[in-house]
Design a protein around this ligand. Sequence first.
Ligand code: HMG
Ligand code: MG
Length: 307
Amino acid sequence: MTPFPLEGLPERVTIYEVGPRDGLQNEKAIVSVADKAEFIARLADAGLRTIEATSFVHPKWVPQLADAEELLGGMTRAEGVRYPVLVPNERGLDRALASGVTEIAVFGSATESFARRNLNRTIDESLAMFAPVVGRAREAGLWVRAYVSMCFGDPWEGEVPIEQVVSVAVRLMELGCSQLSLGDTIGVGTPGHVTALIEALIEAGIGVDRLAVHFHDTYGQALANTLAALRCGVTVVDASAGGIGGCPYAESATGNLATEDLVWMLHGLGIETGVDLPKLAAVSRWMAARLGRPSPSRVVQALSSKD
Ligand code: HMG
Ligand code: MG
């Protein structure tokens, strides 16, 4: 395909692949540890360089990822690939450190309702829970990302004011996190809203080089929202291979933006990703067969119909 660049966009985008974590955490089918390890290895082989592997959360809260130790103990790590994991508290950090993890992500919420449902804490209590995690992780030389969920809307509270998101975001970054991923957990954001939030965060002193975007595609806005974020200068975009997943503690959260849909758009714009699209789509078809349902990604479907 001949690329048609647009002015003002980056030359290269880093895709932060969340399929093995955000994707698999909400799938009903049981995926074996061996299949998870193969999924991760094949994603790396398709060119992804950051692959969120799993979560060290309470196994009762997310049973799909209860095998985190076994997975990290058995999977192969490719040269030059980063494998961050989700860590909510010090117990999770201890488990992650024992598994040889070098990148972690804490995950906060812009709303009290979701903080309570996802972390069993108020916003203040969750920040207090993260503080020693980030402190100890940094002392141990780990890279730390922070997510902030419900950046645009919340199923229990409705639209979320920009100032509320900025306030939580600033507090998370003050803990010492290196990157902030803006989660549209239920996929209700639209491009103007995305632009307004990113501008407000920049205004509050969080450099755009430290921002990432994390769109779920519930209302079909994820690609449009990504383009809006790229126009603001964001160069890290979260996506899930095949568009699998959702969040078990957020009503109506469907899969993330599919990595294939993102790569199709970026390559069409002449933006480098390092990803081999046909190889990636083959990985997603393989995983869809394991999950027992077709991939929701439009690009995976379109490429499959040509085979
Ligand atoms: P809690 O029940 O309040 O935990 O859960 P606690 O601190 O009271 O501890 C209770 C027991 O759990 C203790 O055991 C702890 O040791 C144990 P006991 O002493 O009673 O025998 N425990 C643990 N065990 C293993 N690993 C741990 C752990 N922590 C405590 N890490 C907690 C609080 C945070 C643990 C719980 O709420 C939890 O695990 N939540 C995770 C929910 C989750 O994973 N959600 C999905 C990820 S977020 C997401 O998907 C959004 C995102 O994609 C961005 C977006 O889309 O917006 C990131
Ligand atoms: Mg998510």
